[in-house]
Ligand binder design. Structure first.
Ligand SMILES: [Zn+2]
Length: 290
């Protein structure tokens, strides 16, 4: 089934787990996530950042929608880090069930106004909206962007932002960064800030930059109130490492023999994340709604 983020996260929240949102820019990565989700009856979010959206082309999303719409497992098709109303509108037109509008680099009032504008448009089509408050860091090796110095989400602003914009989920900045951390770098998640945000608002919270963080910190963040965790670099890295290993080891360039094993490697990482987020086997929670 193909749901919007609001309907995905409401159930995750009720049953106390987080859903993995995987950046799946092409067929091989979509297959890895969808096949693993179906095999283990686990809800999953397929997401595309604007660069990935453009690369895949709108035609590709016809396939993605067709592939998952009759599945017994819940999926959402989500735009990651939309920066403008136009990018969000293009995703809605391509059949996405959810969009993120990232106005986090704008002054607070402008972020609010932009997010409100996208929410008003998206809700007309029953498409849900993720906003962002605070800024997420970047390691400079991912295509989702970010800033050098993280500006932590101000818990006091969360209630006002969610009320004023009507957004369905909120990305919070608590010290993660997009990309893979350099050797020796230890990310410090401010779980105390997350706790304050959770106490201030009952909106569904999203953790970006979930790749390459210690499992225990992610587990604790999910226990406090994160219900969507974004994973991009972790799956892409294992995918391309496997391709590199096969090609340099054997010289084989036949897609089934190169991409096939690479997809299996990605599936292993996807499953580790699903276990970490507590979502494995939870598709049954949606069937209980019927
Ligand atoms: Zn992000």
């Amino acid at each position: 089934m193909l749901l919007n983020l609001r309907d995905m996260l409401a159930v995750a929240k009720k049953h106390g787990f987080a859903i993995g949102a995987f950046n799946t820019s092409d067929l091989a990565l979509v297959r890895a996530v969808v096949e693993q989700a179906e095999e283990t009856q686990t809800p999953a979010i397929l997401q595309f950042a604007p660069g990935e959206f453009k690369y895949a082309t709108p035609w590709f999303f016809r396939y993605v929608r067709e592939r998952v719409k009759d599945s017994p497992v819940p999926f959402a098709l989500h735009l990651d880090h939309g920066k403008t109303v136009e990018e969000c509108a293009a995703a809605i037109q391509a059949g996405f069930t959810s969009v993120m509008i990232d106005g986090s680099l704008l002054p607070y009032e402008e972020n609010k106004a932009l997010t409100r504008q996208v929410t008003e448009l998206a809700h007309l089509f029953d498409v849900s909206v993720e906003g962002e408050l605070g800024t997420i860091g970047t390691m400079g090796n991912s295509d989702e962007g970010g800033v050098k110095d993280v500006l932590y989400t101000d818990p006091a602003q969360v209630v006002d932002f969610v009320q004023a914009t009507g957004c369905d989920a909120l990305a919070v900045a608590i010290g993660t960064a997009h990309g893979i951390y350099p050797e020796g770098f230890k990310p410090q998640l401010r779980l105390d800030i997350l706790q304050k945000i959770h106490e201030a608002s009952d909106t569904a919270l999203v953790l970006h930059g979930g790749s390459d963080n210690p499992d225990e910190e992610i587990r604790r963040a999910c226990a406090i109130g994160i219900h969507k965790v974004n994973i991009s670099s972790d799956i892409k890295q294992v995918f391309f490492c496997k391709i590199h290993e096969i090609y340099t080891g054997t010289g084989n360039f036949m897609p089934p023999q190169v991409f096939g094993p690479a997809i299996l490697e990605v599936r292993k990482t996807v499953q580790e994340k699903m276990d970490l987020f507590g979502s494995t086997g939870k598709a049954v929670c949606w069937r209980m709604l019927d």
